[in-house]
Design a protein around this ligand. Structure first.
Ligand SMILES: [Zn+2]
Length: 422
């Protein structure tokens, strides 16, 4: 409804200082995993001020640990809370605006120009850990509501803000909301996508591969079996598998179609002593899952690959490597690009910006999979900030991009839920 656009623009201009200082306040509240309570209080207060029906939702592992998508992140099983606020007026379509408040560790503080928690504003940017991933995104959803309230708009449906914990470590926050039945007709997850629309994400499965050898004195190494040499062969075959899988999956909408589902060996431990033939290698890594591929199919593909390669080697055939799947088991997820949610977001983007948005799949995990795979809620990642800055030193978000996002999300609420100015 373009007749609202000039009002939105005006209201946004008047709210700009408020927006910046709110994001600064969020960044200045360090909210590492398991320590999200303080920042959640700030969000709770803000949603209350906007008159949303707001609740703190306890995140208890008891309630979610039997769910197939549960990942135990090793943090507190019962002290964390989500915040959920409803802006509800009519019976039209509902829209979830989801964002996580947990941030990743800062890394060496010496690499930062200022404290990672400074929230300082410089050259049109807000700096600090979590500015880009994703406190500015979450704030964009909240201020889209505020801007619409200021022009007297009322949606004909429920706009639900979900401020969640534990995304970076496995998704216990969003999973809790799903298990508790917080449902919507669509979800925008305001992750930093540089305002590209990402309705598709790859998955990632953490594995441990134990390769056996046979120890003996190095002086008689031919009598032993080096697990490190066996690992080298297997590692090379894993790189070939990665290439082969990219050839056999047809993938659209990715920036690099040959880099959709990487397989990475992240750690190796092997051998005990320089003059002993190594008895075992333990390698841990991350196995990428293609969009449309189930996690089980991906696990099967890896296991049968390791079995096939082992069968070609007499030692490994008789002493097969062992694969364990542990910690993060993130499925891929997707919403079809012709779904009305994606169409409506496209329209809202065009209305605000003029050009059409870029549609692109992402290779990292996010809460999107929980919505699409476990709640039948169509979902899309869309928000301000460049994900390449997200876990780095001197993380920042461009203020202009935040304002554009708020503008687009205000239009998205109007277009998706309907409603009117009273
Ligand atoms: Zn994030």
């Amino acid at each position: 409804m373009p007749e609202y656009q000039s009002k939105i623009d005006e209201s946004l201009k008047a709210t700009k200082d408020d927006i910046i200082s709110f994001i600064q306040t969020l960044v200045q509240s360090p909210s590492l995993a398991n320590d999200e309570g303080h920042v959640q209080n700030i969000i709770f207060e803000k949603l209350n001020q906007l008159g949303l029906a707001t609740k703190k939702v306890p995140v208890h592992f008891d309630a979610i640990q039997d769910h197939p998508a549960f990942c135990d992140d090793g943090f507190s099983p019962d002290t964390r809370t989500n915040v959920v606020g409803h802006w509800k007026n009519g019976q039209g379509r509902s829209l979830i605006l989801n964002g996580h408040v947990d941030v990743v560790p800062t890394g060496a503080e010496a690499l930062w120009d200022e404290s990672p928690w400074s929230g300082s504003v410089k050259d049109g940017r807000i700096y600090g850990r979590g500015s880009c991933d994703m406190k500015a995104g979450l704030a964009s959803g909240i201020f889209a509501i505020q801007v619409l309230q200021e022009i007297g708009f009322k949606p004909n449906g429920n706009v639900m803000v979900q401020s969640v914990v534990g995304e970076e470590s496995g998704g216990c926050g969003t999973l809790t909301n799903i298990v508790k039945g917080y449902h919507g007709d669509g979800a925008v997850i305001l992750e930093p996508t540089s305002l590209k629309m990402s309705p598709i994400q790859s998955g990632a499965l953490t594995f441990r591969l134990t390769i056996p050898g046979r120890a003996t004195h190095a002086a008689m190494r031919w009598d032993g079996v080096s697990a490190i040499e066996k690992f080298n062969r297997i590692h090379q075959s894993i790189l070939d598998l990665e290439k082969h899988r990219h050839q056999s999956f047809e993938v659209q909408y990715y920036e690099s179609p040959d880099r959709v589902a990487p397989i990475n060996i992240g750690t190796i431990k092997g051998g005990e002593w320089h003059s002993t033939v190594p008895e075992s290698v333990i390698a841990e890594g991350r196995f990428g899952v293609f969009p449309g591929e189930t996690a089980q199919d991906a696990r099967d593909a890896f296991e049968s690959h390791i079995q096939n390669i082992s069968n070609k080697d007499t030692w490994l055939k008789n002493n097969p490597p062992v694969i364990e799947w542990f910690e993060g088991q993130f499925e891929s997820g997707q919403t079809l690009v012709d779904h009305p949610l994606i169409q409506t977001l496209t329209d809202s983007f065009v209305q605000t910006v003029g050009d059409a948005p870029i549609l692109e799949g992402v290779t990292y995990g996010s809460d999107l999979r929980l919505f699409t795979n476990h709640a039948q809620i169509p979902a899309v990642l869309f928000g301000p900030g460049d994900v390449r800055l997200a876990h780095a030193a001197n993380e920042f978000v461009e203020i202009e991009e935040v304002l554009t996002c708020i503008n687009i999300m205000a239009n998205m609420i109007i277009n998706w839920c309907g409603g009117s100015i009273e």
